[in-house]
Write a protein that binds this ligand. Sequence first.
Ligand SMILES: Nc1nc2c(ncn2[C@@H]2O[C@H](COP(=O)(O)OP(=O)(O)OP(=O)(O)O)[C@@H](O)[C@H]2O)c(=O)[nH]1
Ligand SMILES: [Mg+2]
Length: 207
Amino acid sequence: MKIQDITVGHTTTRPGDFPDEAIPEIAFLGRSNVGKSSLINSLTQRRKLARTSKSPGRTQAIRCFRIAGDVATCFFVDLPGYGYAKVSRQIREQQWGRLIATYLQDSPNLLVGIQLLDIRRDGPTKLDWQMIEWSRASEVPTIYVLTKSDKLSRNRRAQAVQKFARALELPGGEKPIPYSAVTGDGRAELWAALDDLLQHATETSAA
Ligand SMILES: Nc1nc2c(ncn2[C@@H]2O[C@H](COP(=O)(O)OP(=O)(O)OP(=O)(O)O)[C@@H](O)[C@H]2O)c(=O)[nH]1
Ligand SMILES: [Mg+2]
């Protein structure tokens, strides 16, 4: 998609407080520090749009970015990450859980969730699985992205794609997309998948 304009939209920490404009939403899901904000910046090619940080737990609220492009106008939704240990665990998990679960279950305009997983791991962690199960239960389609692909050699990258595809039990030869916010690896492939979904959503809502 050719982006024409980006504006920072709605920010909230309250469950059920959704953006008021009815356009498709693309949500970024994953543990703290996996690279959600970096992925948003890389896809939009704006280095400082979403705040990134070396210390996990940077994004505590739901933040929307309104992306106007030639294919569609949509929101990118930067969600707070899970698995961040510094804040009291119970408070954190309750608040985080309510915020994310409400968003996934009730968001009428949620088009697709992008589930981020660190390519260097052996597979999804326990918390990743909890997240993946919520997404699967909500029946919102998911695209799996393996982040920080620049950290592995070509060979090990290809092995990781196979390993994650098996662990996630993806149907019909579907594969996760390796991505690097540093080199731009995967950007064209991920945009192609998003363009398809956006195009389809726009056609359906116009019909
Ligand atoms: N080498 C490399 N580093 C990356 C990549 N993506 C993100 N990082 C680094 O990983 C760290 C975390 O990135 P963020 O984008 O802030 O992660 P996040 O998922 O938004 O984290 P929270 O907001 O805490 O949930 C930063 O130091 C980034 O520079 C990548 O593709 N390659
Ligand atoms: Mg972030």
